[in-house]
Design a protein around this ligand. Structure first.
Ligand SMILES: NC(=O)C1=CN([C@@H]2O[C@H](COP(=O)(O)OP(=O)(O)OC[C@H]3O[C@@H](n4cnc5c(N)ncnc54)[C@H](OP(=O)(O)O)[C@@H]3O)[C@@H](O)[C@H]2O)C=CC1
Ligand SMILES: O=C(O)CCC(=O)C(=O)O
Length: 445
């Protein structure tokens, strides 16, 4: 058995109940062969065995009182995966589906993503099986306070710096930061990112993941003599990443005709009115089906999975993992889709990814394409350290430059390691080499 297969077997034996984590490990490791062939010292130093084992995993009880005075108990997680190149960095997800395997897959992806940003940030991720849907403002606050009252002891601006993810936005970060500050009796702004602008947040962080995705896809299209101009785009999700991806794609001349949420999708052939989506999702926190009340010419389909049956040039999955299965991939290609830009983490199954690569579809992998969010979080940390705030234009310009660099790094790695145009392998190899080299320098730790 070769080295890669041996390490995949270790993951399968140790973590057989964590399918998403095994999926992420297989996807990454199988693409690293050219890098491992060139660097036999990685095997001697058991770099892969160490890479798939988190440095630390914290699982904790989160008790809180609901509005009826009843005690509720949730489970909290923080996986501090790899700190070879910087403090652990990665978001918190609050969603009923959260379990250790999901947090581990996200944390594992985050190691390589953060490496690709070129900034000094290691990989981590956390969250809870708490469902923010249907909770009152007070319940959200009480949950956040209880969550951070346990987790705070493991955090710090040079230790571990969480941010948002599904179900965690500026509102939740505010409550988490408020309680952290109270417990520590210290205004340690750099301990959390995605903060509100009034207390240390960065301009353009809210927009960064979506905008960054479009900057990356723009570069990928440019390298293939194409652009967003007049392209038909469909986007899954209607949360933070989806909204700002839509906005930037429209600015570049694309016609975004569909968006979704976890229940269904809207189809507006004249182009999605993104301010309406913002009102429904960011302000009212309602379902996307509300859209047709404002725009009766649009259609609502009560089946989120059917989104992928629509005809488009570019598909941007920006909702959750394993959103595009093989049959969705086949349908997309059959309908003429030739670009996939992954805004969500691991939105394509490994079978769907392989199919897209086989069909020479331009595939922008999540680790590279959605790295603009965490990169801008690192810019927020930099501003916090300097006690300065940059303008929106300054942050956005830096974000754009970072995404241009990531694309360059990814496409050059693909070329150098004999898989030109395979940005999936390019991203994995480029992200991995930096972390592996740092781990080699740091000794057996
Ligand atoms: N926020 C960030 O900076 C970054 C986020 N990401 C990734 O982007 C993706 C979206 O995150 P973000 O926009 O922040 O999250 P939000 O919570 O803002 O939005 C999530 C969106 O996805 C939908 N959704 C959630 N779960 C499912 C599901 N199982 N099936 C279908 N739709 C679903 C939600 O629908 P509903 O409204 O019905 O809940 C909502 O529209 C995630 O994969 C996240 O890990 C990656 C990098 C950075
Ligand atoms: O901004 C951050 O630190 C986290 C972003 C994130 O969770 C992600 O990149 O998936």
């Amino acid at each position: 058995m070769d080295y890669i297969q041996k390490v995949i077997e270790i993951a399968k034996n140790n973590d057989s109940s964590q399918p998403e984590f095994i999926q992420a490990v297989e996807e990454v490791l199988l693409s690293l062969k050219p890098a491992l062939d060139r660097h036999p010292e990685y095997e001697e130093n058991k770099i892969l065995e160490r890479l798939i084992e988190p440095e630390r995993q914290i699982i904790f009880r989160v008790p809180w009182l609901d509005d009826n005075g009843q005690i509720q108990v949730n489970r909290g997680f923080r996986v501090q995966f790899n700190s070879a190149i910087g403090p652990y960095k990665g978001g918190l997800r609050f969603h009923p589906s959260v379990n250790l395997g999901i947090i581990k897959f996200l944390g594992f992806e985050q190691i390589l993503k953060n490496s690709l940003t070129g900034l000094s940030i290691g990989g981590g991720k956390g969250g809870s099986n708490f469902d923010p849907k249907g909770k009152s403002e007070k319940e959200i606050m009480k949950f956040c306070q209880s969550f951070i009252t346990e987790l705070y002891r493991h955090l710090g601006q040079s230790v571990d710096v969480p941010a948002g993810d599904i179900g965690v936005g500026a509102r939740e970060i505010g409550y988490l930061f408020g309680q952290y500050k109270r417990i520590k009796n210290e205004f340690e702004a750099g301990v959390l990112t995605g903060k509100g602008l009034k207390y240390g947040g960065s301009l353009a962080r809210k927009e960064a993941t979506g905008f960054g995705l479009i900057y990356f896809v723009r570069e990928m299209l440019k390298a293939n003599n194409d652009s967003f101009e007049n392209k038909t785009v469909i986007i899954s999700g209607s949360g933070n990443v989806a909204i700002y991806a839509c906005m930037k794609a429209q600015e570049y001349g694309a016609n975004v005709v569909a968006m979704s949420d976890s229940k269904g999708y809207i189809f507006d052939p004249d182009g999605i009115k993104i301010d309406t989506v913002q009102q429904i999702k960011e302000v009212e926190r309602k379902r996307i089906s509300e859209y047709v009340k404002y725009h009766p010419e649009a259609e609502y389909v009560d089946n989120q999975r059917k989104l992928w049956d629509l005809k488009c040039d570019i598909a941007l999955p920006c909702a959750a993992q394993n959103d595009i299965h093989l049959e969705n991939a086949e349908k997309l290609v059959e309908n003429g889709c030739f670009v996939i830009g992954e805004g969500a983490n691991m939105p394509c199954t490994n079978e769907a990814m392989s199919y897209f690569l086989e069909k020479n579809i331009l595939l922008a992998p999540a680790k590279a394409a959605n790295a603009g969010g965490v990169a801008t979080s690192a810019l927020e940390m930099a501003q916090n350290s300097m006690r300065l705030s940059w303008t929106f234009e300054e942050v956005n310009k830096k974000l754009d430059e970072i995404m241009v660099n990531i694309f360059k790094e990814v496409s050059e790695a693909a070329e150098e390691y004999g898989v030109p145009g395979n940005y999936v392998a390019g991203a994995n190899i480029a992200g991995f080499i930096k972390v592996a080299e740092a781990m080699m320098s740091l000794g057996i730790v």
